[in-house]
Design a protein. Sequence first.
Lengths: 154, 367, 413
Amino acid sequence: MTALERIVTTSVVPLDFTYNYRVGPYLENYIQGLGRKKILGSKCPDCGKVVVPPRKVCGLCNAIMDAEGLVECGPEGTVDNFTVGHVAVVKGLIEKLDVPQVLAMVVLDGASVPLLAELKGVEPSAVARGMKVKAVFRDPTENDLSDLSHFEPV
Amino acid sequence: MQRKVAVVAQKQINSADVGMPRERMLYELVKSLYEEVGISRDDIDTFVLCSNDFNAGHTISNVFEDCPVGAYMKDETKVEADGVWAATYALARILSGLYETALVVGNSQGGSVMRPYLMMDYQLAPVYDRQLGLLNELSAAGLQAHAFLAKKGLTPDTLDEIAARNLADAAKNPDAFNGKAGASAADVAATDMLYEPLRKGHCYPFTDGACALLIASEEKAKKLTDRPAWIRGVGDSIDTYYPERDVVDVKSVKLAGERAAAMAGIGLKDLDLVELSAKFAHQEPILLEGLGLPADGGAASVSPSGGAFGAYAFNAAGLVRIAECFKQLTGSAGDTQVEGAGYALAHGQDGLCMQHNAVMIMSSEEG
Amino acid sequence: MIMSNVAIAGVGYTPVFVSKRKDVNIAEMISESVATALENTGLTPDDIDAVTFGNMQTFEGLNMPHLWSAEHILAVDKPTIRISTGGTTGMSTLQAAYYYVASGLYDIVMAVSWEKQSEGDSQVGLAGIVMPEAMVMVQHGLDLFGGGGLSAMGGGSTGAASFQAMSYLHHSGADPEHIDKMAALERSNAALNPYAHLRKKTSVEDIQATPFIAWPLRFGHTCPTSDGATTCIVMSEEKVRKMTDGNVAWITGLGSATSDPSTANFLEGQLTDPAEQEPARIASAKAYKMAGIKDPSRELDMAEMYNGFAHQSLMWLEKLGCCKEGEAHKLLDAGALNIDGEIPTNASGGVFSTNAIGASAMNRPAECALQIMGKIEGGHKIPKKIRKAVSHGWGGMFQYVTVMVLADEPMKS
């Protein structure tokens, strides 16, 4: 195909809509748990896996988990995987960070699957798999997802 | 399969900034395909479009695609996924016996119109991941790359080498725009660090692009061309969204490959080439392992077109992989030609860390 | 040539279709219809070979929500495809399941469609169809809300539909009161349907007491926005024989067709009369031919039309050949469209009474299937035996139509 002439200039359309998402009973209970500085997961009645954050359906065995019978996990856990972010992605654009951000996949004690969270209080170069960490909550809590502020080394 | 079906023709446009609205891009693309094959829109029984409302910035993105591709007053539907799913659906439509020809057209303008990483953000769970803002396409890819290197005991040099090889291959492919002749691992290692170990040079290029494939039943294919490429098997599978899945040993890749191979009646080791949608360098070895192939592909050439590094337009990318297999199997791949290519596999993916994978196996012989 | 027969073996709705499902999130809501569909067919998740999935993603601001919902739609480790064609999405998703089975690639496919409109703004979502064009026009100083052929933007989708209603009345000879009458009939049908959203027995006077939005359309002529999901289980003939009691609804014909976007009267220099709807003729002719139906006005036992607005039920009956042009309002006056009439039309209450958009065009064939199987819950069960039914979807920018014909017997090979 031959190169085509440019026929238009661009027109920028900066649309930003607001949505109103219901969280459902599982995350509702999870968020209320965070407000009490507890991390709750749902336990699969069939395969026994405990997933954090809790949800309705176990993807491994298709069983329905109980929104009211959530189990407490953590607050300590183990780093399963991590990355050191030198950038942030803000509305789809890469922005450089002045201070690197460590993101860690933490398997909480009592949980079967990892939870993604920010890891603070440690030099990025010192982070390692298998590192023991503990949850740090906002104080006072505000019954919000962000009540689980970050993790730090035990 | 209850009928034989073949890819008859392909056309693609890939660019960092194509400089025209997508309607015009699609019109030019499809017109060139019709002219090359010597047909008109009257010869198309069904249109399977492949685009995405977010990527297009249009609710019901197919509305303004219908007329440019020639679907006016014709049978049409739209797949909102990577192009391999659209081609699979077109195959199903022809296999049903209700259609003899299908035109599959995928497009998006991630180079000049939309922001690909933002579109990926919109795929996140709205009640959790989007609220926290920790997960995005790059942080997820960084985590996957780190898990891969750790599990295999490899260093980031591996990623630099993969990216450099793909960029150099893409330079030989006139349909790719992002090739770099003589690209070296050192060049890639000098690019910005994003999320360790992921560097800018390990990532797919933002692309304006479109790809059209003409697919036809055996009878029709033989009338339209002397050199069709036969579709022998398809397979896809989706993994869990939540992080209990293994992002290094990816189950959906394995299942997709096995399903397609079983349908084709071949072993994946019989493949002469694979065209992979590895959006990030580490995904290439993960895909190869998932398909049961050695890290260098073994007997199979790995993405001789340059793969996703040469161009990666959302929705069109998987169709481009199929188009590259078509070029190889019909001996029209020019400088990237794999001599004697008989079996090829095209791959497409969706989701963070390749949550959803699809493959199509094609052959030069009718079988 | 049709290579194999394909049937709808079961349907699962969410327990209710309402304005706001505050008690569950999107994935949880969809999972309800999936679980019900499996329960109604006696299948387990392992029996499902593949999943087709669709909704209007911009309505909730979720890109490719099958990814996030994979667990909740029981899709993990299965082939899964996302289909989205606008208002027709539900039927397009079901058609994809049809083709997946008819192709021989899969034997049992689950088609999932939904919308949770309370979580976004549907008019913003719909405006998104032309948002880029509209923004460009605004930036160049054009007036979107008056004059110059652009006035359709003023009333949202109802404003645009008013042009269609006017044209339809002009060509058909129907009176505006026929729209009121059709609206009252469908609202009253919906009152009998436990899965309908607006469930209130309604009189013509009730409709006529509602304000005009854009003449001739009143508030009482328009559909609600709903939260809800629908799942259909689609099976090959072989599996129907092996895994069911044979009481299924066979998909005997299908089609889709498009026209040009100017149909919606948004762009200046309108080319196409929005009441012409040639795609409906093309798609239905194809579906009838496939189903062996020579005279739809005699052979069909019921119709489920996609009617965001009350005049459309009448219009589509004509466009789909269920009666001659200009006759639908006469059938209405004669009572032929009633639940116990000759061609019961939207016994369910239609999209006009229940509109979780992504699911709306799947509910049409789903209702036909349930009527054919005799499994309708509620008072809108059609008293006569249903052998052949036509269902219809409408969307895009007023220019995209899908049709599906269902029957109690498979086609003879």
